[in-house]
Design a protein. Structure first.
Length: 498
């Protein structure tokens, strides 16, 4: 039989909750006053005035589930995590460098600005209080109203980091929209609406195979940002229309296979959007481009992108060490290892470089760094070693045999080349020279310039900053001659190769 709670016990618990609530709100008020530089003046006013200021508050910010996200299975865990983030996030006021809770900033700081600065407040006849209210209106105008955009940008950025864990290009993309509203009979409220875009594949014929293509986008700046490129990326000048970028399922499968270190790590996929949003093109072969893939500004591989009519489509993802990349070709030339050797030794995936003992072998680190793969070791220097990958370094050394020893000896014996000629140009070939070469055919240029954009593509295209192009790196193998990798692109679209 359940124990009955006596009325006296209920009153005691209610009084305890009330005291805790008063203490919490008093602490919040004092923190906001301190951020405004008015804590000492506020303390002099006494408890009756403190009680009034504790009551002048707006509802705490909350997460609102939009209609598009109501039925998504990921919505519930997203709401739990984002609401917890709302309650705990702090940011620094740019006006005075003070750290303040986002919830306190909205609940009290914004409420006081609305009450004492936005509207003229009548004098109450108490000289100290009248002077304090005037000063509070000035400070909230400077440190609250002037910091609203800063506070929102910080909060939205934190929320986007959380929801990106649940977004998938081929499933659903989640994004956050701030909502400022005054519900009927209630106070002004700040909420963040969680919305969802369900991926709809665009079926296209790609090299004789009908494949699903997914528009490349992610949550960015309070909306979904769809990647589109300026035609200048392909060498087309004086054309204003931007080209939408799509990702095919083969690219997603290969990226997940080669880049996901931990099966529970879902954040890595967002770097597809980040890399393609501001593409760094290292080579162009006709209508095919090699675009860098970066994680935290560290190069980890390349996307092979092809121009198809009025759109650009990623054909596959090549890990940094694979044949067809500048670094992979250098490994092949110096160590004599081909694609099958790299797959056998598992140096064609990020997991080997982050979780195995290869990073603790100075000789192997030296060889891969000399071949341009140093970013793979610098990406996460403190990554935890996977026990199942112990001995990987010895296995690779045994497999390479004398090739590794000879290369290390040659590297150690080769002195650094120091040029005394200040006019000597040792830079990589320029992007202009590559475009003028026979490799950069005019096929892609004419296709982009002449193609008529579809209404759907125009509707999806969003303005993004101009892309930055770096000097391309020389490659031994043209992109059109990747027989083993490109041959995999002919697999049926519904087949997910792992």
């Amino acid at each position: 039989m359940a124990k009955r709670i006596k009325p006296r016990d209920k009153r005691v618990k209610a009084q305890t909750r009330q005291r805790d609530r008063v203490k919490r709100r008093t602490r919040q008020v004092c923190q906001v006053m301190a951020a405004l530089g008015l804590r000492d003046e506020f303390q002099k006013l006494g408890e009756p005035v403190h009680q009034i200021f504790r009551r002048i508050r707006l509802p705490a910010p909350s997460i609102l589930v939009g209609g598009s996200a109501q039925s998504a299975p990921e919505t519930k865990p997203i709401v739990i995590q984002t609401q917890r983030l709302l309650d705990r996030t702090t940011f620094k006021l740019e006006s005075n460098g003070t750290t303040l809770s986002f919830t306190d900033f909205i609940s009290y700081g914004l409420a006081w600005w609305l009450r004492f600065s936005r509207f003229e407040f009548p004098e109450v006849g108490y000289e100290d209080l009248d002077r304090f209210i005037t000063l509070l209106g000035e400070r909230t105008q400077q440190h609250i109203y002037g910091e609203v955009l800063n506070a929102l940008s910080v909060m939205v950025g934190r929320l986007e980091e959380t929801i990106s864990d649940y977004s998938r290009l081929d499933k659903r993309l989640f994004y956050i929209e701030p909502v400022w509203e005054v519900p009927a009979g209630k106070l002004w409220t700040v909420r963040f609406a969680l919305e969802c875009h369900t991926a709809t594949p665009k079926m296209e014929w790609v090299e004789g195979v009908r494949k699903p293509l997914y528009r490349c986008g992610s949550s960015f700046g309070m909306h979904l940002d769809w990647v589109s490129w300026s035609p200048e990326v392909f060498g087309v000048r004086n054309v204003d229309r931007r080209v939408p970028v799509y990702v095919d399922r083969h690219t997603l499968n290969r990226f997940r296979e080669r880049m996901v270190v931990d099966p529970l790590d879902d954040t890595i996929e967002d770097y597809i959007w980040q890399s393609l949003r501001e593409p760094v093109v290292v080579q162009q072969d006709g209508d095919t481009l090699l675009v860098e893939c970066r994680v935290f500004d560290y190069k980890v591989g390349y996307f092979v992108v092809k121009v198809l009519g009025d759109k650009a489509v990623t054909m596959t993802f090549l890990f940094l060490t694979m044949d067809g990349t500048p670094e992979g070709n250098l490994l092949r030339r110096r160590l004599g290892i081909n694609r099958h050797d790299k797959r056998y030794t598992e140096v064609d995936s990020l997991r080997t470089f982050l979780r195995s003992d290869i990073r603790h072998d100075p000789g192997l680190v030296r060889v891969f760094t000399e071949c341009g793969c140093g970013d793979l070791f610098a990406l996460a220097p403190g990554a935890k070693l996977d026990k199942s990958l112990r001995g990987t370094a010895d296995d690779i050394r045994h497999y390479l045999g004398g090739k590794l020893s000879r290369l290390l000896t040659r590297i150690q014996q080769t002195p650094p080349v120091i040029s005394n000629d200040p006019d000597e140009d040792d830079s990589e070939p320029t992007f202009e020279s590559l475009k003028d070469s026979s490799l950069a055919s005019s096929t892609a240029c004419s296709t982009i310039a002449d193609a008529e954009p579809s209404a759907a593509a125009d509707a999806e295209c969003r303005a993004v900053p101009e892309v930055s192009l770096e000097s391309p790196m020389d490659m031994e193998m043209p992109l059109s001659e990747l027989p083993l990798e490109i041959a995999e692109l002919s697999e049926p679209a519904h087949r997910a190769t792992t």
